[in-house]
Design a protein around this ligand. Structure first.
Ligand code: ADP
Ligand code: MG
Length: 654
């Protein structure tokens, strides 16, 4: 029984045209996609010389009959679509019917395959696109492709290949993406000398991330979702009139599902390389999705710093057009602003919920059996992965929520919060932590059982009724309110207050600086000089008066108020360096944030500074008015809390 058909010309012409075989990784990608489309539960990739000498992809999928195998190498031969209508709702990774002939044309290719309906398997050999040999073989169901001597007959292409390690890097990255997207399948990637990736099937994305990236990375991430949202066109919400006939013709509103992992604010990456979006398990590149993520981290990460993210979106195939580019990595969403807002709001919600309130760094707390019954409990995994199923990592079941307010921004998300729940550390342990050497701000407690949130933690807001009790080491303010005991890092708290004030003032107007008694002359590196010239105008609007002064120097004549004169030179350098590290051009908004964050850091009160009661009260009140009182503009936590419940528990009162 043959399932592959050659697409009629009219359909073929509607397919985004273009070359798919650019480099070894693109060959490997097409073959891996075919294996996944064939329903494989195991995909094995072997690469020699960065894929230039050999790429072998073996799967245990459905395989092909002899007739299908012969047809598969024709142009536009595919089993995945038959008509132009199918292009509107593509549910498979492939659909173009072009990969196999394109790969065969530029390599020496061998295919071995067997379909369950046939006794014998088929072996075919191609060289430079010509079929050299077909024969019967004995083999299990499934398919193995071997692509040798890629581009041997296209020297121009071969010349442009990068080093073996670079090409292997691209293949490794591709296989890793698919492994992340398909935790239920086994993947293996090996080169001549190395097993680069080997993962067995697991039950969740969390376990797969652990297998692929390790415990450390997992600790840096906040899990969110799954959250489901229905897209209702604006008009649908007006149709609530009971007398209205149910409209049989109307489409059921499409259902969108989002889940994933994003990094905690203290994780800083200098580029976007660790941001992955998957739509229906296909890795995509999309500016809109990136923008949504960026929006969620606005005010949490400084300009020019990027998070780690793995975002999994699922939607009906008709909601996304993958027939935009031959690489199938660019997509177009039918309801793009809905998708944008869904990503932004869900990620923001997850970040807010995981604000490091009560984030006393407390490692080594074994999960209790009670936690084990509650979903995403997490004990620190040992260095080596253990077999699947040993830990209870199943994501919490998410009740499907009705989407009442129509499309747009007014989500009332109530995704379960995998982040640090307040008070999930017994006070005794937390108190011990005070004597332990400080741990990095990422908090393993974040994987403990999510308890019902207190209002503080749910909204990421700081209450305004905190009563300061005093300071520890003239650096940390101790405060109390009926919810518990709070510790506030005074420097970063003030930094957050000044950052938001500065930014607001700049948005409204130009900021007046304060003239210095004596101008400060700063020598600049050539690169700093170039940056200075490109941002001079914005610097002036932030209260600086800076002028070129001789060759390679500038004279600073005024600076924002609150900056001490001996700090001015350092501040200007930091601003220039902060902007300079950016590989790409900053938007005006990002530039302003970057300047505001640097100014705020320099103007803020320091640690080791005694504060009287009035100053502490003022600082706490101002902090409570900020938009993001829990994280400083550089991503560090500002506030820690001992929850009242935990205090009572520790004193055995409850
Ligand atoms: P497309 O994936 O766009 O359909 P390809 O040229 O990649 O086009 O593959 C052509 C056809 O060959 C597929 O539609 C599928 O029927 C068959 N095929 C390719 N690889 C496999 C595989 N690993 N297992 C089973 N069938 C395969
Ligand atoms: Mg394909």
């Amino acid at each position: 029984m043959s399932v592959i058909r050659i697409l009629p010309e009219a359909v073929a012409n509607k397919i985004a045209a273009g070359e798919v075989v650019e480099r070894p990784a693109s060959v490997a990608k097409e073959l891996v996609e075919n294996s996944l489309d064939a329903g494989a539960s195991s995909v094995e990739v072997r690469v020699e010389s960065g894929g230039k000498r050999l790429i072998r992809v073996a799967d245990d999928g459905c395989g092909m009959t002899r007739d299908d195998a012969l047809l598969a190498f024709e142009r536009h031969a595919t089993s995945k679509i038959t008509s132009a209508n199918d292009l509107d709702a593509i549910a498979t990774l492939g659909f173009r019917g072009e990969a196999l002939p394109s790969i065969a044309a530029v390599s020496r290719l061998t295919l071995e395959t067997r379909h369950a309906s046939e006794e014998a398997g088929t072996r075919m050999e191609f060289a430079g696109g010509k079929l050299r040999d077909v024969k019967e073989i004995a083999r299990p169901c499934g398919t193995t492709f071997e692509v040798r001597s890629l581009f041997h007959n296209v020297p121009a292409r071969r010349k442009f290949l990068r080093s073996e390690s670079t090409e292997l890097g691209h293949i490794a990255s591709m296989v890793t993406h698919y492994a992340l997207a398909h935790p239920d399948k086994a993947f293996r990637l090996e080169s001549v000398s190395n097993e680069i990736l080997k993962v067995s099937p697991v039950a969740s994305h969390r376990e797969r991330i652990y297998q692929v990236m390790g415990a450390k990375r997992l600790e840096q991430l906040v899990e969110f979702g799954p959250v489901e949202r229905q897209f209702l066109p604006a008009s649908a919400t007006l149709k609530l009139d009971e007398e209205a006939e149910p409209d049989a013709e109307a489409e059921t509103p499409p259902l969108f599902r989002i889940s994933g992992f994003v990094s905690r604010p203290e994780v800083h990456k200098l580029n976007r390389n660790q941001i992955y979006f998957f739509v229906s398990r296909r890795l995509i590149r999309d500016r809109l999705a990136l923008h949504a993520l960026h929006e969620a981290y606005r005010n949490i990460l400084p300009a020019g710093i990027f998070p780690v993210a793995m975002v999994f979106l699922d939607m009906p195939p008709g909601e996304v057009d993958v027939n935009v580019h031959p690489s199938k990595a660019e997509v177009r969403f039918r309801h793009s602003s809905f998708v944008h807002d869904l990503i932004r709001d869900t990620v923001l919600q997850a970040l807010m919920a995981s604000r490091p309130v009560a984030a006393f760094p407390m490692p080594k707390r074994p999960a209790t059996s009670e936690q084990d019954q509650h979903g995403p409990s997490y004990t620190r995994p040992e260095a080596s992965p253990s077999p699947a199923g040993q830990r209870n990592w199943a994501p919490p079941a998410q009740p499907r929520e009705a989407f009442g307010a129509g499309p747009g921004r007014n989500f009332q998300l109530s995704a379960p919060r995998p982040g640090p729940a307040p008070g999930n550390l017994p006070l005794t342990e937390a108190a011990l932590a005070l004597y332990a050497p400080p741990e990095p701000a990422s908090c393993p407690a974040g994987y403990a059982e999510p308890e019902p949130a207190s209002p503080v933690n749910r909204t990421g807001e700081l209450p305004s009724d905190l009563l300061p009790l005093g300071q520890v080491r003239s650096s940390f303010i101790i405060a109390a309110n009926p919810e518990g005991l709070w510790i506030i890092d005074q420097h970063v708290a003030h930094e957050r207050v000044l950052f938001e004030q500065h930014l607001r003032r700049r948005q409204d107007t130009r900021i007046e600086g304060q003239r210095l008694l004596l101008p400060i002359v700063a020598d600049l590196q050539p690169e700093q000089r170039v940056i200075y010239e490109s941002i001079a105008e914005e610097l002036t609007a932030h209260g600086f008066e800076v002028e070129p002064f001789g060759q390679g120097s500038v004279a600073v004549k005024a600076a924002p108020a609150d900056i001490r004169p001996d700090d001015v030179e350092k501040l200007v350098r930091e601003i220039l360096d902060g902007v300079g590290r950016e590989a790409r051009a900053l938007s005006l908004d990002e530039l302003r944030r970057s300047i505001a964050a640097t100014v705020a850091c320099h103007a803020a009160i320091k640690v080791n500074m005694p504060l009287d009661q009035e100053k502490m009260s003022w600082l706490l009140l101002e902090l409570s008015k900020t938009e993001c009182p829990m994280t400083c503009p550089h991503g560090r936590p500002i506030v820690l809390r001992y929850d009242m419940k935990e205090i009572q528990k520790a004193f055995k009162r409850i």
